[in-house]
Design a protein around this ligand. Structure first.
Ligand code: FMN
Length: 154
C-alpha cells in the first residue's frame, strides 16, 4: 500500500540508489536506469535534476514530453535496474519484459509504476547542458507528488 509523502521525506534513501526514469510520448512508455541525479530546489520549488545522454532513446522522448516519473525499486527487483540500464526502448519493451504495472499519475502525463517502493511525479521546468564533455542534458523536474510504500514510513 502506497502513501503520499513530502518531496524530501525519503530523499536520503532515494539519492543513494540508482533510480528508474520513466517517460511517455504519445502511447509509448519507456524506462531507463539513472545514476546521475540530484534533489534540491529551483525557484523555491522542490526538484529532481536528472541527466540524460543524447544517445538514449529516453532523450528523444523526454525532449518532446513535459514531464517524467522517477522510481526507486527494492533490491529484490534488481532485475529492473539491470535490464533498464542495458536494453534500449528503441527495440525492447522493457516494461512488458519486466512484468511491470503502469498506473495513471495524478499530476503528470507519464504514468507511475506500481511495483516501485518510492515514486515521484515531476514536471520539467528547466533544462541545461552539462558541459565538460559529459554530453548529458539536465532536466529539472518540479516534484508535484511523491509516494512511498507504507512500510518505509515507520
Ligand atoms: C547503473 C547505471 C546508471 C546509469 N545512469 C545513467 C544516467 O544517469 N544517464 C544516462 O543517460 N544513462 C545512464 N545509464 C545508461 C542507460 O540506463 C542505458 O543506456 C539505457 O539502456 C538507456 O535506455 P533507453 O535507450 O531506452 O533510453 C545508466 C546505466 C546503468 C547501468
Amino acid at each position: 500500500m502506497k502513501k503520499e509523502i513530502k518531496p524530501f521525506q525519503l530523499a536520503e534513501k532515494s539519492i543513494k540508489k540508482n533510480l528508474i526514469l520513466a517517460t511517455k510520448l504519445d502511447d509509448k512508455v519507456n524506462i531507463m536506469t539513472l545514476g546521475w541525479k540530484t534533489i534540491g530546489t529551483l525557484w523555491s520549488k522542490p526538484v529532481w535534476i536528472v541527466a540524460v545522454k543524447p544517445s538514449r532513446f529516453t532523450y528523444d522522448m523526454i525532449n518532446k514530453s513535459k514531464d517524467f516519473t522517477l522510481h526507486l525499486f527494492s533490491k529484490e527487483r534488481s532485475d529492473v535496474v539491470d535490464l533498464s540500464g542495458m536494453a534500449s526502448g528503441r527495440n525492447t519493451d522493457k516494461i512488458k519484459e519486466l512484468g511491470l504495472t503502469l498506473k495513471k499519475s495524478n499530476k503528470v502525463n507519464t504514468p507511475l509504476i506500481e511495483e516501485a517502493e518510492i515514486s515521484y511525479e515531476c514536471r520539467i521546468i528547466h533544462t541545461a547542458e552539462s558541459g565538460n564533455n559529459a554530453e548529458h542534458r539536465l532536466y529539472f523536474g518540479h516534484i508535484l507528488a511523491a509516494y512511498a510504500e507504507e512500510g518505509l514510513l515507520n
